[in-house]
Write a protein of this length. Structure first.
Length: 143
């Protein structure tokens, strides 16, 4: 994808992924096989014991996974995901960096590391994406 297409993909996810948008997730960077997202922790992200709810961390990692796996220009959807939580967080900003480990015409494997402001690992997420034949750009203009 060209840099203009990658920017269009970034805007696509920021606007069209309504769940991630409602959570307040931002895409900081996207390039082929890579994406970095952030989430400023707010009260709405905390669970009953005042730490970030696991679903909020998962959603952050999942958007980075989606952006990275779709960055080659074809629709990619998750077929398997696992996440491990390593550190509790109650404030600050969380960052998810998705890196492509392997890719072929049908599958892509990604490791997503979620870190806090200090750079400590909060969670490790591994995703396997099925790469469809449809160009992701087919969805750019949909309302």
């Amino acid at each position: 994808m060209t840099s203009a297409e990658l920017e269009q993909l970034k805007q696509f996810f920021l606007q069209r992924d309504r769940f991630a948008k409602a959570a307040g997730i931002d895409i900081l960077e996207i390039k082929p096989g890579y994406a970095k997202c952030s989430l400023e922790v707010k009260d709405q992200h905390l669970n009953g014991v005042n730490i970030v709810q696991g679903g909020a961390i998962f959603t952050l990692a999942d958007l980075a996974f989606a952006a990275a796996s779709n960055s080659h220009g074809t629709v990619a959807v998750a077929v398997e995901i696992s996440i491990t939580y390593m550190k509790a967080v109650a404030k600050g900003t969380l960052y998810a960096e998705a890196r492509e480990v392997a890719v072929n015409p049908k599958l892509g494997t990604y490791i997503i590391e979620v870190t806090d402001d200090a750079g400590d690992v909060v969670s490790s997420f591994q995703g396997l994406a099925y790469r469809k034949k449809n160009p992701i750009s087919e969805f750019f203009s949909l309302e």
